[in-house]
Design a protein around this ligand. Sequence first.
Ligand code: FAD
Length: 417
Amino acid sequence: MSTIARSIVIVGAGQAGVQAASALRAEGYDGAIHLLGNEPCLPYQRPPLSKSYLSGNIADEELHLETAQWFDEQRIERSVDTHVDSIERRLKRVKLSSGRMLGYDHLILATGARNRPLPALSEPIQGVISLRTVADAAALTSKLRGSRRVVVIGAGFLGLEVASVAIAQGCDVHVVESVDRVMQRAISVEMSQACLRHHRTAGLKFSFNARVDAFCAKDGHVSAVKFADGSQLDADLVLVAIGVVPNSELGLACGLDIYNGFIVDEQLRTSDPSIFAIGDCAAFPYAFDGGDRLRLESVQNAVDQACYVARRIVGTADAPRYDQVPVFWSDQGGMRLQMAGVARRLDASVLRGDPSTGAFSVFRYRHDRLTAVESFNRPADHMAARRMLQRRISPSRAQAADITFDLKSLLAAAVTT
Ligand code: FAD
């Protein structure tokens, strides 16, 4: 252990916070671990909230990341409904909403993100909701049952996942997007087009380049969405899914560097070396892209960063910097979309497979370097891509385009050389 830590405080009991606590124990840390979360329940995973949980296929208990007994056995002191109000860096302690002060040797910030509010929604209207927590998901599940016309604002992953569940439940679903294609921030034009075809076939309707201006309400409940061009869409239920903002306010008052989240270095340390930040709230230098700063919202990112920080604190880290390949998945109405790596908007696309068959991948290139792979129902490409990206192996564009070319052979060749 670099310096002997007696107390590690983790702020945020979500995917990253719980993983950090678990990894600290797995790496042999024996001191006190305080896991402070401001939600009222056992820590849970969020991905099912817009998928199997919303479809009614899994129960609350199946969302839990660990049981209460596990936390006890691991001697992880867990506080629920506990908001951390401030950090006193000089005294190395945090102030809790109860007024209690808690000292730390290392502080791990895993505060996640919250939903971005819609500017057109100046005050809450019944029937206009967003989805981040299990309470949101429970409310959405019951509202979906009583709704016929559903409008989803935002054609990102979350919006499309919920839209897919809603249409499968017999709702009339209209997705409204402010730019010209689905999942524009994250995937190539080619993959966007294929996903749009898939969703249209399932019955989803779309409006692109549409700006929501206001809502109409009847007896306090939403009745329609109004657009900047004067048109409107009737709605019984509206989901606002226009992205998130990182929870980094804690760093403001105590002077940590912040820009789109807590700014961390290649070892995930904030501008204070005894404070780390991980998961959705951390803006870290992306090793694969010349160190350009990135903030990711994914389970893999939360888990891998948590494990790295645990190893750093305990002194067992073998890598001098965090350098995991980002991976993401999304399930949208029978379609599994998987991504490895991160592409920039202008990176070239090479198709592997025929999009009309319902199974293909898009390999993204900057010059001759593979930067990312997006796979639509092609898990084998995704698995090969993860390993190729991790090892900085780039198939030629011709190899990527040739569906008979075995990508694994490049990996095998790399092992033997
Ligand atoms: P969170 O899980 O948000 O946890 C942060 C916790 O910190 C929260 O409980 C928050 O309330 C708490 N907190 C914040 N500030 C304080 C404070 N001051 N004091 C105390 N507690 C505080 N990712 C995928 O890879 N694949 C998917 O398919 C996928 N689907 C998703 C579906 C939904 C509906 C959502 C919401 C997310 C999905 N994600 C998915 C994203 C993934 O769940 C997140 O990236 C992951 O949860 C991030 O973990 P985290 O610990 O950084 O943040």
